[in-house]
Design a binder for this molecule. Structure first.
Ligand SMILES: [Zn+2]
Length: 284
């Protein structure tokens, strides 16, 4: 499991950090989730702060339904209001046919003081379909229908993906911008060397890059993904006030976290423990 996980992680991180290619996951019906990161275009200072929804007319109805579902929760309303009211931040949200069942966040911009001032979230046109893999996306994957868990509404799946993307924006605004930008710059270099040196992670050139950016690209990538997933989990916690339903999801999340993300358990556990009725659904 470890080596296959590493291989998948490498493929995903290479894909995410270089040019995205479709990651074939033949083992299950899961989808590759993140597509090509949007890049920061020319300064669009004319747009001003707030949330800019740049959605083609033909996708507007479905987008509004996903958004309404996200805003049906306290966490959704709170995070939306926060980005909307921030006078120093512009969040652009678009809908695109590329990577139809996934979403991607990027085009980050920082000011000279290192504060995040802009980000763009690109949502796929079929965001309400497709389940990301359980290895890096244990929360979104928990919505896969099973015998005990009947199909959850597509709008809820889409809103969970929106919450994952909001989690990326939130996390990127909290981390050191210099480190983040160095990671963006050096990860492609790392991957290029790794793929050309016989995949030797002990290569001194790679060890040096690792020390500069705070870990291997896979490690950095999974850490970012699990922050996205943590925010998605807060959304699900608020969305499913019915205990039976919430516990069914939390139990599935736990089983994936136990298998694939044990060292990141704490950030999920904190969310479980902050459930209003304190019921932990099998989590410690
Ligand atoms: Zn993500």
């Amino acid at each position: 499991m470890r080596s296959s996980r590493f291989a998948l992680g490498l493929v995903l991180s290479v894909a995410a950090c270089l040019f995205f290619t479709v990651v074939g996951d033949t083992s299950s019906a899961t989808i590759s989730y993140h597509g090509v990161e949007p890049v920061a275009g020319t300064a669009r200072s004319d747009r001003g702060p707030g949330i800019k929804e740049d959605v083609p007319g033909k996708y507007l109805a479905r987008y509004e339904a996903w958004k309404a579902e996200f805003l049906s929760t306290e966490v959704g309303r709170e995070q939306w209001a926060q980005f909307k009211a921030d006078p120093n931040f512009t969040l652009t949200i678009t809908v695109s046919r590329d990577n139809a069942e996934g979403a991607t966040t990027g085009a980050y911009r920082w000011n000279e003081q290192g504060a995040l001032i802009a980000a763009t979230i690109v949502l796929g046109t079929r965001l309400d379909e497709g389940y990301p893999n359980p290895i890096y996306f244990p929360v979104m994957n928990s919505l896969v229908p099973t015998e005990s868990l009947t199909r959850i509404d597509g709008n809820t799946l889409a809103a969970t993906k929106i919450a994952h993307e909001f989690g990326h924006v939130k996390r990127t605004s909290q981390v050191d911008s210099a480190v983040y930008q160095l990671q963006t710059q050096l990860i492609p270099q790392y991957n290029k060397i790794f793929l050309s040196n016989g995949r030797n992670a002990r290569d001194p050139r790679l060890v040096e890059i690792e020390s500069k950016i705070g870990g291997t690209p896979v490690r950095i990538w999974e850490d970012r993904e699990y922050w996205g997933e943590a925010n998605a989990m807060v959304y699900l916690r608020d969305r499913f006030t019915d205990e039976r339903m919430r516990c069914a999801l939390f139990t599935k999340i736990k089983s994936s976290v136990d298998l694939y993300a044990k060292s990141y358990e704490t950030r999920f556990l904190e969310i479980v423990r902050a459930t209003p009725n304190q019921k932990t659904c099998g989590w410690p």
